[in-house]
Structures are given as structure tokens and as C-alpha cells.
Design a protein around this ligand. Sequence first.
Ligand SMILES: *[C@@H]1O[C@H](CO)[C@@H](O)[C@H](O)[C@H]1NC(C)=O
Ligand SMILES: *[C@@H]1O[C@H](CO)[C@@H](O)[C@H](O)[C@H]1NC(C)=O
Length: 178
Amino acid sequence: MRSMLLCVIFCSLMESQSDCLKVVGPAASLVAVAGEDLVLPCFIRPNTSAVDMTVEWFKLDEGFSVVHFYNDHEDKNENQAESYRRRTSLFKEELPNGNASLKLSALRVSDEGEYKCLIEDKSWSDDIVVHVIVEAQGSHPVITMESYDNSGGIHLLCESRGWNPEPEVLWLTEKESL
Ligand SMILES: *[C@@H]1O[C@H](CO)[C@@H](O)[C@H](O)[C@H]1NC(C)=O
Ligand SMILES: *[C@@H]1O[C@H](CO)[C@@H](O)[C@H](O)[C@H]1NC(C)=O
């Protein structure tokens, strides 16, 4: 509240109000499960319409790939990275409230990483970074016997795919316990 008041005072001293607008996002990483939909929060404070602004969402850790692009009152996703096709949207009814949050559908493990939300107006721009963690439960482990060796031992193979983060593997004999 106090910072808002300071901002209003500061703004009234400035030529244009946009000098003290800020883009705000979540303080902590977002953790979600593969397959689910996720909302990546990003909004302008104080409450200012983003309808006439440009909203750009990028993924940072593959160079700088375009995740979603809104400009001139419409989505312009010709340059969107292939892996995000038909999986992103803005909440158009929320743009008048300065809410440029991104909805990302059917999360994949490859969606994990850092996303930049950049909001631009003619005379102003600001951005934030949102960190996304995508957890995935892999397949049930399957244990098979690979081979015998000369000393009478056997080699067992345990296989399971699709986990994120990677699981720890612990082999125990019948006598051992956790
Ligand atoms: C932002 O302003 C709009 C229009 O005045 C209002 O409907 C909305 O509730 C406000 N949102 C917030 C988060 O203050
Ligand atoms: C932005 O819009 C989304 C979707 O309606 C909503 O879940 C979220 O709470 C909104 N955020 C803010 C700060 O208003």
C-alpha cells in the first residue's frame, strides 16, 4: 500500500504515468505436474490496461524462443516455437486489468525452465522472469535378469522411464532395510 502511494506521488511529478508502472510476477518457482495446465502469472501494477500494449512471452533457456506474442490487439504467433503450438493463450478478458498471465496447456517436461514476460508500450517496457518446474511420474520399474557371472552372481537390470526429477535408485538385499 505504501509503495503504491509513493508511486502515485512520484507519478504525479512525472510527465507520464507509465514511468512508474511495474510488471509483477510470482516470487517463487511454479511447480506443476506434466499433463496439467498451468497459469504463469504476469501483471502490471498499479492496475493499468494492457489491451493496447505488446505482451511477449519467451522461454529463456533455448536461446530466446517465442512462446506467445500479442500485439495490435491480437495474438501473432507466426514465430512461435513449434513445441508451443496451440498450447498457449492469454486471458483476453483480464487484459483491461493489466493481467497478462499466460495459460500453458498440457504441460510437458520440456516446458521446464525460465520464462520472460515482457510488456511494452510506446514509451515504457518492463519484464519479469517466471521459473517453472514440471514434475513427471515415470513408468513402473521393471526388473529383469541380464546375465550370470563366473562367481555365481547375477546381474539385474532395473528400467523405468519418464521421471522428472530423476529418481534415486537403491538396491537392497532381503536383510537390509531403509
Ligand atoms: C483493475 O481495474 C479494473 C477496472 O477499473 C477493475 O475492474 C479490476 O477489479 C481492477 N483489478 C484489480 C486487481 O485491482
Ligand atoms: C489473472 O487472470 C487469471 C485468469 O483469469 C487469474 O487466475 C489470475 O488470478 C489473475 N491474476 C491477477 C493478479 O489478477
